[in-house]
Design a protein around this ligand. Sequence first.
Ligand code: BEZ
Ligand code: FE
Length: 296
Amino acid sequence: MIIKREEDVTAAVVSAMADTPDARLRGITEALVRHLHAFAAEVRLTEDEWEMGLDALIRSGKACTDTHNEMILMSDVLGLSTLVCLMNNGAGGPTETAAALLGPFWRMHSPRMENGGSILRSQTPGPALFMRGQVVDTDGNPIPGVDVDIWQASPVGMYENQDPGQADMNLRGKFTTDAEGRFWLRSVKPAGYPVPTDGPAGDLLKAQKRHPYRPAHIHALLFKEGFKTLVTQVFVDDDENLETDVVFGVTEALVGDFRKHDDAPPEPEAGTPWYSLEHRFVMMKGEAKLPVPPIK
Ligand code: BEZ
Ligand code: FE
C-alpha cells in the first residue's frame, strides 16, 4: 500500500508481514510493530531521541563480552527480565513467584560437590553461612536427584569472575538432592552489590536517579528431567534494599530465613557469629532445559 499519512504506517508494515509462515513469529512481530509504533506516537518521539535510542542499543551490543552481558542488564533494569520470568514460571499457580531472573553471572560448568561441602575455594572473609535446602514438587513430595547449582557474590559484593582476588569458581558449586530432596552446604553470608554501571544501563539509572544496588542473595538453578528448570534466588532478609532491587527480582516467596547465631558453629573454624538458612524450593512438572550461559 502507498502511505498517505502518518496513521497509515503501522497498517502498511503489518500487512507487509502478513505472509510470515511461522504463526508465532508473525504474531510476535505484528504485536511488536503495533506497540512500538504506538509508543513512538504516544511520546511523539523526535529524530534526536530515536537516534539516541538506537545508539544505546548499539553501545549495549558492543559492550557485551565473554564476561559481561550489557543486553541482559538493560532488560533487567527495565523490569523485562523479571516480567518474562514470572509469566513463564507457574503464573497463577503454586510456583507463581518461586522463580527469579538468571542475571548475568551464571556459569555453566561449576564444580560438582558432595552435600555438606564448602563452596569457598579461596580465602573469603565474612560470616559463615550454613545453607540447607529441600526441593519438593507442587504436591509437597520431595524430589531426589535434582542438580542444584548455587552461585553467589562474596561478602564484599563481588562474583569471582569480577574479582581477581578470588579463585576460579569461588562461591559456585553444584549439589544433588538426597532421597528426601535435601541438599546442604557451607558458604559465607553474601553482600548486596551494585550492578555494573559503566555502560548504557548505568547511564539510564543515573539519568533516572536510581541506585544501582541488588539486595544480597544466593542464586540457585535447579535441574531434573521431567521438571521445569527452576532459576531462582534467595534474598537476605535484613538487606536495606529488599524493596528497591534495581532489577525487581525480589518476591515475597524468595525472602530467606537467614538466622544469626552466637553459639558454637557446626564447624569450629567457622567462628561467630554464623548464619543458617533453610529454604524450600518448589518445582513444577515441565521441560528440563538449561539457559544459554550469559558468560563463559
Ligand atoms: C545478579 O543477580 O547476579 C544480577 C542480576 C541482574 C543484573 C546484575 C546482576
Ligand atoms: Fe546476583
